[in-house]
Unconditional design. Structure first.
Length: 279
């Protein structure tokens, strides 16, 4: 007897919870009209596939953010489909379904549009989340571009702190040119000003930088880096390394890139070469 009563109580609690979700869905659709996901790329498969192609450029932290952002759409799409099943049940005839839906929704057509969109969004979410989880597990594994180094460029700046640095190793009018600009604490009273350097270097410098990129796997980076949580007042950076047979392009904010030790090794080598080590 006690077991039967407990089972009945559980069934009632579950039923109340299920209908609370139905009430939530009905209230939202009656208030806002046909439901659409906040993430527009979850509207249809074509939009999702385009977004997946872009997402392949991002680091795991940014990919995790993307998944968190679409979770709300996924959850509410599930609620919509649950509400449909609770209201319509197993009724197959369209006339009977519409009669049941009319008891809850001010506009039956908007309700049906919401059901169709929820089904499509769930398909899109499954594809999107599967692809992003695959990216996070699979890593980058880009290959080293072939040929000689043609250009190395790196910049890092923080406007609030007044910090900026730029490193450029490039060909200019038949010469190998190294340019460095370092400016720290520009907004402070004891502003030390800027350290600048422009000098001609020989081919061995280009070869050395190329070797460090390859040995330190600096080619194995994502195109975009963003932190897993919102960060204020951080530095933004960009890197562009061009070879005869390809290039490495990467940028980010607050985090990245992978193989930072290699990048810092190259920057220390160039500052020492310019005679400004320790700036």
């Amino acid at each position: 007897m006690k077991r039967t009563l407990l089972t009945l109580i559980c069934a009632v609690v579950l039923s109340l919870g299920a209908w609370a979700q139905v009430d939530e869905v009905v209230a939202k659709i009656n208030r806002d009209g046909a439901w659409k996901p906040k993430g527009s790329f979850l509207m249809d498969m074509e939009s999702t596939e385009r977004m997946i192609a872009q997402a392949s450029r991002y680091n795991p932290g940014a990919l995790k953010n993307m998944l968190n952002e679409v979770e709300e759409d996924h959850t509410f799409a599930q609620k919509i489909l649950h509400a449909r099943d609770e209201i319509i049940g197993t009724k197959k005839k369209l006339k009977k379904q519409n009669k049941l839906l009319a008891k809850y929704f001010d506009n039956v057509e908007q309700a049906r549009q919401s059901f169709a969109q929820a089904e499509e969004t769930e398909k899109c979410f499954a594809l999107f989340s599967g692809a992003l989880n695959g990216f996070m597990k699979g890593g980058v594994n880009r290959s080293m571009p072939s040929g000689a180094l043609k250009r190395f460029y790196y910049s890092n700046n923080n406007g609030f702190a007044g910090y900026r640095e730029e490193f450029s190793l490039h060909k200019e009018k038949g010469k190998n040119i190294l340019k460095i600009l370092i400016a720290r604490r520009m907004n402070m009273p004891e502003d030390p000003g800027e350290t600048k350097c422009e000098m001609e270097v020989n081919d061995s410098v280009f070869q050395r930088v190329r070797d460090m990129v390859e040995e330190g796997m600096l080619y194995d980076v994502y195109r975009e880096y963003h932190p897993e949580v919102m960060v204020m007042d951080a530095s933004g950076w960009s890197m562009d390394i061009t070879f005869e047979g390809g290039s490495i392009d990467s940028q980010g904010y607050a985090v990245g890139p992978d193989h930072q030790d290699t990048l810092h090794k190259i920057l220390r080598y160039l500052t020492k070469l310019a005679g400004i080590e320790g700036e």
